[in-house]
Design a protein around this ligand. Structure first.
Ligand code: GLN
Length: 216
């Protein structure tokens, strides 16, 4: 598999070697795209499917995909409690779309048996944008990204309906029927976006996360 070979630690990638080791949760979803973006930011991405692999990373990316499927696989791979524990211990994390849903402390419109990780004190509504705009792209002003808006791709995306104290809102939908809806947040070292920065080639959100990991 491509993602595996891309992510395999190698001895001859100088810049990658010096970067932080960032796991990409590789149970389901757009793992390969996150691996590529992290590499281009100078981090060392590794795939995480086992508890031992989770234990070896400085931080973790939870990819876009299908949150209920990833939830089931987290249980099947016995990663749910270890991942909750690492988040409680302060491991930096970044979730895009399904990853955002998994990082929430409360999820609306999901399956009753779906698990979440409570990495960020927020209520997220799954598939929130509804049929007519269930997939769309827009230019999004993003707090902390100074050189122009971020191109944001939303695919059956969630939005954030409530944030707790200590959660920074980084982006809201600028116009249209969902104007004002929260689509990017950060609490401490945990970052989440409703959209998929990993699919656009715009590395600024990943760079923000890698800088946050470096500072941690
Ligand atoms: N709708 C998906 C879910 O519920 C998320 C979509 C995505 O990650 N692009 O998990």
């Amino acid at each position: 598999m491509n993602a595996t070979s891309v992510a395999a630690p190698t001895a001859d990638t100088g810049s990658a070697r010096s970067g932080p080791t960032i796991g990409v949760l590789a149970l389901q979803g757009d793992v390969r795209e996150h691996v590529a973006a992290l590499e281009r930011c100078g981090a060392r991405p590794v795939l995480v499917r086992r508890e031992s692999e989770l234990g070896a990373v400085d931080a973790l990316v939870l990819p876009g995909g299908e949150s209920t499927a990833i939830s089931k696989l987290l249980e099947a791979f016995e990663l749910l409690e270890p991942l909750r524990a690492r988040l409680r211990d302060g491991m930096p994390a970044f979730g895009s779309c399904a990853g955002m849903i998994l990082l929430a402390s409360e999820v609306l419109d999901t399956r009753p048996d779906a698990q979440h990780l409570s990495g960020i004190d927020m209520t997220v509504r799954r598939n929130a944008f509804g049929r007519q705009v269930d997939s769309f792209e827009t230019d999004l002003p993003f707090a902390g990204v100074t050189d122009g808006p971020v191109r944001a791709v939303f695919i059956r995306a969630p939005w954030v309906e409530r944030v707790g104290e200590g959660v920074d809102v980084l982006a809201t939908v600028p116009h249209g029927p969902a104007a004002g809806r929260i689509v990017a947040v950060r609490q401490g070292k945990v970052l989440a976006t409703s959209f998929h920065p990993e699919v656009t080639g715009d590395l600024r959100v990943h760079r923000m996360f890698v800088d946050l990991v470096r500072a941690a």
